[in-house]
Write a protein that binds this ligand. Structure first.
Ligand code: NAD
Length: 286
């Protein structure tokens, strides 16, 4: 019999609440936040993520400018698209769906986005603001994870956070944020030796690798909080990085996949877009 009451962190439910609140704020403001979404190519996963973001933004009353291009678009043309969105007064947030095709210099594209409209938080200036502890825009997945953790009684100060996955999109900004808030942070990646030795010491284990069943019950301690941002297909099912059924038994808190971090990422993007509009229009955002 478990001593712990295992709690499922219901990202789907929390995200729905955030969207409802946002919808109310937008309606009350009498203004329409505008989100420009740039999608290059026909990668099915990217298309699916863009569809989720499109639907959710329209549901809360945002205006969406969807910019879709063939795989072979040139760097120059893509830069012109970004420039146009930067100058468009009806657009407050710009999102470039990653990954971009190999011939495109992704960093030059991200750097071209006006940092005040960079709702994904990937512009080097915003990466820098986060790293000095003054985030201007938190990357959406990082913000979603943070909101989920903050919905629990967990105080992260002094806790050991183990981040498995070190990408610029999820792992690094998330590790940075928890460090900023007083956690002791270990970052692991695919070259880390003895992964289990690290994960076993986690009070909060966050994963974003896309490797199904990477984390098994023997790799975590009793009472751990598990935040699984991974998304992959395994035996025809959408799964995370964590072997959910077995790890569930030992966890105090755990996110399901789907229905955990994914919907929180989308809701956080919408929150960032609202925040961008409030700043650009000189409104006070609470
Ligand atoms: P990425 O490929 O850029 O990075 C993956 C990271 O995992 C790398 O740092 C790599 O070193 C590490 N890794 C890979 N195999 C590993 C292993 N065996 N052991 C330890 N570390 C390992 O991917 P990304 O863009 O950061 O995305 C990671 C996962 O998160 C994917 O499944 C992606 O679909 C998912 N994701 C989810 C959301 C969401 O909203 N839930 C948002 C973004 C990404």
């Amino acid at each position: 019999m478990n001593e712990h009451i295992t709690k499922i962190l219901n990202g789907k439910g929390l995200a729905a609440k955030i969207r409802m609140e946002l919808k109310g704020k937008i309606a009350k403001s009498g203004k329409k936040p505008g989100l420009g979404v740039v999608l290059v190519g026909v990668d099915p996963a990217s298309q699916m993520y863009v569809n989720f973001k499109t639907q959710a933004s329209q549901e809360v009353g945002m205006v969406l400018e969807s910019c879709e291009f063939e795989e072979d678009i040139s760097q120059k043309k893509l830069l012109r698209v970004i420039d146009k969105l930067n100058r468009n007064k009806k657009i407050h947030g710009i999102l470039v769906q990653l990954p971009l095709p190999a011939h495109i210099n992704q960093y030059e594209i991200l750097e071209a986005i006006d940092p005040r409209k960079d709702v994904d938080g990937f512009h080097p200036a915003n990466v820098g603001w986060l790293s000095i502890g003054k985030p201007y825009f938190m990357p959406a997945t990082t913000r979603g994870i943070w909101t989920l953790v903050k919905s629990t009684p967990m105080d992260v100060r002094g806790k050991h956070v183990v981040m498995v996955g070190a990408s610029n999109i999820v792992g690094k900004p998330t590790a940075q944020l928890f460090l900023n808030h007083g956690a002791t942070v270990t970052i692991c990646h695919k070259l880390t030796e003895g992964l289990a030795e690290h994960t076993k010491r986690a009070d909060i284990l966050i994963t974003a690798t896309g490797v199904a069943n990477l984390i098994t019950a023997d790799m975590v301690k009793q009472g751990v909080m598990v935040i699984d941002a991974g998304i992959s297909k395994h035996k025809g099912r959408v799964v995370g990085d964590v072997d959910y059924e077995t790890v569930f038994e030992k966890a105090a808190y755990i996110t399901p996949v789907p229905g955990g971090v994914g919907p929180m990422t989308v809701a956080s993007l919408l929150q960032n877009t609202w925040l961008a509009m409030c700043r650009i229009e000189g409104m006070i955002e609470k």
